[in-house]
Design a protein around this ligand. Sequence first.
Ligand code: 5AD
Ligand code: SF4
Length: 442
Amino acid sequence: MSENKFYNIITYGCQMNEHDSERLAGMLEEMGYQQTEELGSADIILLNTCIIRENAELKVFGKLGELKRYKRENPDLIIGIGGCMMQQDEPVDEVYKKYRHVDLIFGTHNIHHLPNLIKKIEETRDRVVEVWDEEEGLIPDLPSQRESEHSAWISIIQGCDNFCTYCIVPYVRGRERSRSVKSIVEEAVRLAEDGVKEITLLGQNVNSYGNDLEKEITFPKLLEELNKVEELKRIRFMTSHPRDLSDDLLAKIKNLDKVANHIHLPVQSGSNKVLKEMNRGYTREYYIDRVKKIQQEIPGAAVSTDFIVGFPGESEEDFEKTIELVKELKFDMAYTFIYSPRSGTPAARRDDQIAEAVKKGRLNRLMELQNKISYDQNQKLIGSIQKILVTGPSNNDPEVFEGRTSTNKICFIDKREDLVGEVVKVKIEDAKSWTLEGTVIE
Ligand code: 5AD
Ligand code: SF4
């Protein structure tokens, strides 16, 4: 390429999307493009979309509208949109018909075609749409542009077979497909050689890793293999489906020194009636039993969760069950969502949807309670010694450095360039709902 060319990727949604964006960035860099923060100087702008809740979709359309002026200023600009939203017919139609300034539409299964699609547009200036229904296996060896020097994501299983009745993911991400152990370990070794100290294994349900592979392999066994990668200091993973959380996995978390003491275990609701209607495959009692087992087997381990409030038919009594569960289990952290009907899912077709005001009221009650519990949980850590992996300056203040505990809590320390990428012992001095503060003691 004769001159400098720039790209910008705007990402919505979960870690899976963040990771896909890193791969998109990696491919663009291989093509000679450089990243820019300024949309005005970009030659390519990509939107990596999310569809899990309605507001994610609304944001994307808003952004697309905003991008029109950049195209007006620079007609050579290539605007592309990919990700989960583009696996659905309606949004694709809408983008194609109403947003004429979009040059490229691509699905979640086609990201490795990006270089060819871009070349095609550069040569022909035609609009290109490429969305497949069927996944083509995994695409493990894409280059990836890592956001952080010492932490990286590794996708180990794509798709989901669970069909929770509210969820769009199985429709847009396809069936479960596990990557081979060999290619995962190879990637981990490569990353470690490149200076990565912490990996996070990604999947909608990491506990079903290996079920679709011929070779006898399970998620706990995969952890065992990864624990052997020398330069790695920490291994995280998400998300765990409560139904598939085995005792074997708990034993591995306890015994493998690099596996972090944190489990993200979405419960969604505390009511058995709602759990059944969500098709979650477990009861409240089973879930409570699992969390108690974690607390017993791995003292000090953190459990975080997700909740959906206002699922169709959720009564005040059902919601109270959720509140009681939160009080009983005292999660370290919880992500709380208002139920959002997703077209094509069974729950969206129900005629007993909950009024918006009721949903918001419940969300606020739940958030207030959880914030207080997170605060109390963190206060208990004051005076304790935690090991943190120092990642560098905090976003808000470059004079303050931060790292995460094994339990995934952010901990601030004084500025120490020499500790970046190291695991250090810290004495916790102060705590808030979301963050800790400490002094390095070693
Ligand atoms: N409405 C609200 N929240 C949802 N989630 C998934 N689908 C929906 C929906 N339709 C939440 C779940 C899941 C998290 C990633 O997003 O809590 O665990
Ligand atoms: Fe969606 Fe349920 Fe699969 Fe999670 S387990 S991605 S909530 S269908």
